[in-house]
Write a new protein. Sequence first.
Length: 261
Amino acid sequence: MTSVDFDDRLWKGYRAGRALPPQAMDAWMDAVERHAGRRRPLTVLDLGSGTGRFTPSLAARFGGPVYGVEPAARMREIAVTSSAHPGVMYLEGRAERLPLPDESCDLAFLFFVFHHIRDRDAAASELARVLRAGGVVCMRTQFGDRLRDVPWRRHFPRALEIERSTFPTYDNSTAPFLRHGFELVALDAVEFEVASSIAAHLERLRCRAISTLELLTEAEIEDGFAAMERAAAADTSGEPVRETGDLLVLRRADQLTASGA
C-alpha cells in the first residue's frame, strides 16, 4: 500500500472535507453505543483521531475521559484548537505504540484508520494491552474483498481499483485481533447522510480530504469533479447523498492467551 502523509497536504482541508451532518454523527454514535454496554462513564480511545471529528461526541456520549491519539502533528494542532472538550485529551502516538497504560480504556474507536496502519498485528496487540477485559473495539472500515457502493466513487473510475488494493480484506482485518485475544461481536451496517445534495458532496470532495484521491492523477481528479458537476446539474430529486458503512465490532477476552498478552 502506498503511504499517505497527512502532514503533507491532507491536513489543510481535512476538517471541512470530512465533516459530517449532525444526523450522521448521531447514526455512528448510536451504532457504537449499541455495543458499548450500559455502564457509564467509559474511558475511550479515539485512535487516529485526526482533527477531532468524533472525539468530543465520544466524550459527550460516553462520559469520558476520551484520549484522541493521532500521529500527524498538523492534524492534532487543528484538533486542539477546533475540537476542544473538557473530557478530551489529544496525544501524539501511533497504533503500534499507544501512549496509554495497560488496561486503561473501556472502548476503542477507529474510523477509517485501520488501512493506514503499517503493522496491524502490533496495533491489535496494543489495543489488547490498553483495553480492559471485556473492552470493545468499534472499527469503521471497508474491506478490499467486499467494498460497498459509494456514490462519489462512481465518478472516479480507478478509485475502485485503488481501494480494493488499499483496504485489507475482511479476513486480513479480523485475523490480527483474533490472534491477540479478541472475539468477533458484530459487523453492523450503518446508514447515514453524507451531504445534503450531490452539489454539497462535490464541494466537500474539492477539499481533497479523502486519501484515495492522493493516489489518483490530477487529470483523473479533475475528470471526476467534472463528472460530479454534471451529475449535480442534472439532479432534480432534492434528496441527500446517503451511504451505508461497515462497523466491525470486537471484544477483548476476559483473559488474554499467551499470543495475545
